[in-house]
Design a protein around this ligand. Structure first.
Ligand SMILES: [Ca+2]
Length: 270
């Protein structure tokens, strides 16, 4: 393996896309730049061993493949706009990365991480939230191949007993299509004349974050007093409304993938 530089995907995306809740050094995966002449590969981020039979997909394009015995894979689909790519393997945290034709023009090595005992995978599927009514200049509009589930996503899931010494985070693996003013100002959305309110994230009915930008590995700290331990908890993500459409309600159409709960000990070693 000729890996000379490790770039955590969080770092990779945070510079351009991130809204500011990311915690460095504690993310669910990373992308290692490989030297030219290599191939796409999935490895264990700690042991660096290749991972065979991992599922690699571009869900919005309906494209699926698997890594071979050396962890190698080819993307047989043309990527002309930012698209969510996912890598899934039993025993590992679900991984996703927003890729485009440029980022996939050179081979990449993706390091995925084993799940921790307290991690909770809420959802590994891709969802389109909104109303299927969007401008062709919207951020990532050309990638919306999955029918909208409506203006919000909601799911109940069990949380066990989390040590009081742990901080708890909701991690959104990837999100594309957000057309907020900030996304427009950052060049993520090409919509010139309008923008939308940010999608809102609720935990057990309390708003814990607004998503202003598209990107990967957005980590949102969940206040401990909102968590019901050893019980069912609920996550809800509501799409924002187009703030310039008064004749009818136009929800911002977004796509998101990979929701999970990560816990981190407050006692960290650097
Ligand atoms: Ca819409």
């Amino acid at each position: 393996m000729n890996c000379n530089k490790v770039i955590e995907s969080c770092l990779l995306s945070i510079m351009l896309f991130f809204s500011g809740t990311c915690v460095f050094g504690a993310i669910s995966g990373n992308v290692e730049k490989s030297e030219a002449g290599d191939y796409n590969q999935v490895i264990d981020s700690h042991t660096k061993a290749p991972i065979s039979q991992a599922d690699v997909a571009l869900p919005s394009k309906g494209y699926h493949t698997r890594t071979d015995d050396e962890g190698r894979f080819n993307l047989g689909a043309k990527i002309d706009a930012p698209t969510i790519m996912s890598v899934q393997k039993e025993g590992y945290k679900p991984f996703s990365l927003t890729v485009d034709g440029n980022s996939m023009s050179k081979p990449i090595v993706i390091g995925i991480e084993k799940t921790n005992p307290h991690d909770i995978i809420i959802d590994k599927d891709l969802y389109h939230i909104g109303d299927d009514n969007y401008s062709t200049t919207s951020a990532n509009a050309e990638e919306f191949r999955v029918k909208a589930i409506g203006p919000f996503y909601s799911k109940e899931f069990k949380i066990g007993n989390i040590p009081t010494t742990d901080d708890v985070y909701l991690v959104i693996g990837s999100v594309i299509g957000i057309d907020t003013k900030m996304a427009r100002d950052m060049g993520q959305s090409k919509v010139k004349t309008t923008y939308a309110a940010p999608p809102q994230v609720f935990f057990n009915g309390n708003m814990i974050a607004e998503l202003n930008l598209n990107g990967d590995n957005q980590q949102i700290k969940i206040p401990r007093n909102l968590i019901s331990p050893n019980s069912t908890n609920q996550i809800t993500i509501k799409s924002g409304k187009n703030l310039f459409q008064t004749a009818y309600i136009d929800y911002d159409d977004i796509e998101l993938m990979n929701l999970f709960i990560e816990t981190k000990s407050k006692i960290t070693s650097y």
